[in-house]
Ligand binder design. Sequence first.
Ligand SMILES: Nc1ncnc2c1ncn2[C@@H]1O[C@H](COP(=O)(O)OP(=O)(O)OP(=O)(O)O)[C@@H](O)[C@H]1O
Length: 203
Amino acid sequence: MQAITAGLVLSEVDCQSVSGATLTVAPGEVVGLSGASGAGKTRLLRAVADLDAHGGNIRLDGCDQQSAPAHAWRRRVTLLPAEAAWWYPRVGDHFPEAPAATDLQALNLPPDLPQWPVTRLSSGERQRAALLRALAHGPDALLLDEPTANLDAATTLRVEAWLLRRIRADALPTLWVAHDLAQIARVASRHLRVRDGRLEVVA
Ligand SMILES: Nc1ncnc2c1ncn2[C@@H]1O[C@H](COP(=O)(O)OP(=O)(O)OP(=O)(O)O)[C@@H](O)[C@H]1O
C-alpha cells in the first residue's frame, strides 16, 4: 500500500488525556472534534502542535514532526487557542502586513482595526482578529479550538464561511474543536469525539 504523503497524519498519538489517536486530515478538509468538557480535545491539539509532550507519530505532507525543529513545526501547524495571546500594544503590530480590507469586512471587523490598541478589543473582536492573524502568517495546517465561542449566531456564520473559503483556497488540513454539534455538521466532512481517552468516529 502506498504511504499517504499529503495532509495531516496522526498515528497512534498518545498525549496527556488521549491514547492511540489515529487520523488523517486531507488538504482542505475539516474534521470536527467534539467531547465533554475536560475530555482532552485541547490536549490533543497541543500535542499535534508540538506544544505538549506526546508519543506516536505526526506528519504533515510527509514531513515527520520529530524531524522538524519545534518552532518550524509550530509555524506550519498553527494552533488557534480558545484565548489567544497578544504581546504588542497595537493590533496591527501582530500582522506581517496590513490585513486586506476584504478580510476585515468579511469578519465584520472595522477597517481601522490595525490601529486599535489590543486592550480595546471585545472578546469576540479579539477572537476574530486572532483568526485573521493566524491565517496571515501562512500556515500549512490549522488547529482551531472553539474558534467562534465568543460570537453571536450571525457573526458565527460569517466567520465559518470565511474560514471555509480560506481552508479550501489554501488546502489546509484542519482540526476544528466545537461543542456546538450543529456547527460541526455545517463545517466538517467528518465528526470525531474524544471519549474515555479515545478518539471515536461519530459521523
Ligand atoms: N497542565 C496540565 N496539567 C495537568 N492536567 C491538565 C493540564 N492541562 C489540562 N489538564 C487536564 O487535562 C484534561 C483535558 O483537558 P483539555 O483542556 O484537553 O479538555 P477539553 O476537552 O479541551 O475541555 P473543554 O471543552 O472544557 O475546553 C482535563 O481534565 C484538564 O484538567
